[in-house]
Design a protein around this ligand. Structure first.
Ligand SMILES: NC(=O)c1ccc[n+]([C@@H]2O[C@H](COP(=O)([O-])OP(=O)(O)OC[C@H]3O[C@@H](n4cnc5c(N)ncnc54)[C@H](O)[C@@H]3O)[C@@H](O)[C@H]2O)c1
Length: 375
């Protein structure tokens, strides 16, 4: 592959955030190689990426815990110079039921990836961490909105895997730097970004690319989407007795395209500034309650969506709102799209593609996209 800006290996690149980041990387002039085992995604995402940006990433169906198969991809593509690592299991509830599987895939898979990187001298990694690593930040005074220096304290197994991977990556990058430095060799090429996402949501404005989880979604907006299409009867609101302005939990929602832009900014920063290991929050800095989100999405749909309040969910916390000042300043990145944009884009995707990637998008959306692309 003739890399304009270089070649990035994206693990989990057919998944929700990975596919949007692949799109943004291609649009920015990077070449992309996706590895994914399709456990929670569809290979059709690759076609949609190409349809939108006219460039196609290479795709390998590989499980990241299969170190040999992963190594073969690195061996075949010595042009890979950076990795963006999304592949993981991510259902909070499930992580408490099958913790060993979460540690095996998330932590074990990350270790396999780092070992391949070391063997093939691929030295930059951008990692999908999560705001979940902070746990309940209201346990400290003045930690909402949450800054990166807030002490970590995940309240569920999924969050524990993310914290552990952050540590594994940090130790590995620092060890590589130390070893090379001691040998009098250049060491600054080893860098990592730990990106702590808040609540990604939304879809591509074209309406042909969005989140298409293989099982039951557990995030608020995809669930609301299913209520709007009638696939689910009503939304379950987990607790209205939190000490928030309306009793429901507060989250910081961020459009998936803004999040994808954040990965590009972080990757460019690593390559340019060679900072070692850095953690950045990727969020908007604005918190919205569950009731506020139901209202915002209902407005876009044009009718009130039904919900029922049930008990709190184990491991949920009151408020996860980002302080994104560090990313704003260092990465020169901030969210540009609004919550209303995210709701409108999500609804366009859900309404027009009730079967997700298991159907062709409506011809008029494809025609509008082609017209926009000048075809
Ligand atoms: N969506 C969120 O709310 C959120 C928030 C914070 C962090 N994250 C993290 O961001 C990353 C991407 O999340 P997403 O929402 O796009 O989820 P997703 O499930 O859509 O994407 C994850 C991808 O990884 C793949 N995958 C899973 N196990 C694999 C394995 N063993 N080998 C290869 N591929 C494998 C899945 O098939 C999927 O395509 C994950 O690491 C997740 O933990 C997500």
């Amino acid at each position: 592959m003739a890399g304009g800006k270089g070649t990035v290996l994206v693990t989990g690149g057919t998944g929700y955030i990975g596919s949007f980041t692949t799109l943004v990387l291609l649009e920015d002039g990077y070449d992309v190689i996706v590895v994914d085992n399709l456990a929670n995604s569809s290979v059709v995402a690759i076609d949609r990426i190409e349809r939108i940006c006219k460039k196609r990433p290479l795709f390998y169906e590989v499980d990241i815990t299969d170190e040999q198969a992963l190594d073969e991809v690195f061996a075949k593509h010595p042009e890979i110079n950076s990795v963006i690592h999304f592949a993981a299991l991510k259902a909070v509830g499930e992580s408490g039921e099958i913790p060993l599987e979460y540690y095996r895939v998330n932590v074990g898979g990350s270790i396999s990836l780092l070992r391949c990187m070391e063997r093939h001298n691929v030295t930059n990694v951008v990692f999908s961490s999560s705001a979940t690593v902070y746990g309940d930040a209201t346990r400290f005074p003045n930690m909402i909105p949450i800054p990166e220096h807030c002490p970590l304290g995940p309240t569920n197994t999924y969050g524990q895997t993310k914290r552990m991977i952050e540590q594994v990556i940090t130790d590995q990058i620092e060890a590589q730097r130390r070893k090379l430095k001691a040998a009098g060799k250049p060491y600054e090429q080893w860098n990592a970004a730990l990106l702590r996402y808040f609540n990604p949501c939304g879809a591509h404005p074209s309406g042909i690319m969005g989140e298409d989880p293989q099982g039951v979604p557990y995030n608020l907006l995809p669930l609301l989407g299913k209520v709007a299409t009638g696939e689910r009867e009503k939304l379950q609101v987990y607790g209205d007795d939190y000490p928030s302005r309306d009793g429901t939990a507060i989250r910081d929602y961020i459009h998936v395209l803004d999040l994808a832009d954040g990965h590009l900014a972080a990757l460019n920063y690593l390559r340019e500034h060679k900072p070692g290991v850095r953690a950045w929050n990727l969020g908007s800095g604005r918190g919205s309650t569950v009731f506020e989100m139901i209202k915002a999405f209902s407005k876009v749909v044009g009718r009130d969506l039904p919900y029922e309040v049930v008990g709190r969910r184990h491991g949920d916390v009151l408020d996860l709102t980002a302080n994104p000042a560090l990313a704003n300043e260092e990465l020169q990145w901030k969210t540009r799209r609004t919550l209303e944009d995210a709701c409108a884009d999500l609804w366009r995707w859900v309404k027009n593609n009730p079967k997700g990637y298991r159907q062709e998008p409506p011809a008029e959306l494809l025609a509008a996209l082609d017209a926009q692309n000048g075809n």
